[in-house]
Design a protein. Sequence first.
Length: 291
Amino acid sequence: MRSGRRDWGVMVAALLLLMTLVVSLTILFVLLADVMSRALPVFTTRGLDFLTAPNSQNPEIAGVGQAIVGSIILTVFVIILALPIGITAAVYLEEYAGDNRFARLINTNIRNLAGVPAIVYGLLGLAVFVTTIGTGRSLIAGGLTLAILVLPIVVITTAEALRAVPITIREAAFGVGATRSEVITSHVLPYALPGILTGVVLTLARAFGETAPLIMVGAITGVFRTSTDQGIMETLSGPFTALPTIVFGWSKQPQEEFRALTAAAIIVLLAVILAVNAAAILLRNRYDRRW
């Protein structure tokens, strides 16, 4: 009798989960179809010009060229700053710090920082980088803010990948006389590489799609001009925009043409994020090691 009730309970739970999945996917596909239908005329009439043209008050010539360049530069900031620091910190916490009160305190705080809303990091960037350090509302401030935002995530994903390496790998290396640094560089890191790469790529996708922190540190949602002859430092210290912020700016415009541009920019942003996620899956499968 109890077994029959249990079976019915499992069937009802499975049915509810299936219905939830169907409803969620239906809503997703409806929204995606609506955005695609609005964006299609832009891609058919503008083509590559939409991807290379700068923003403009005229919707017929406005494009996402400046936004794509800004997003790429911000992602480079994250790669240069957050990844080396985050991976190194994770290696220290997992392989050197040991299981003591200090290490547990640091790990707890890192996990708490990973759950802080992005807007809080934007306020931090505004207070520290824009105002105190004096970088101004620039690409430097945006890149530093995004690097701090994703740093806890890099540490957590790298630590999880290192923790997934069996202890027998380390013991075997120590057994043949390898030092701790040799064990880490020659055995632990190569085995943890698939997990580290997956976490890194997904972290970059997170940084690429952030909007609130960039708006807080001064990302331009409207029109601004950039010169092709300006140097690297002038570009980094000047005004900037990114794909998420240009979507936010266009969505507030009353003209119907800007709604089509908003949909097209959303498709571009979605395509980039899906491509990055696909790359994460390919990298994981390519370097996956089983034991």
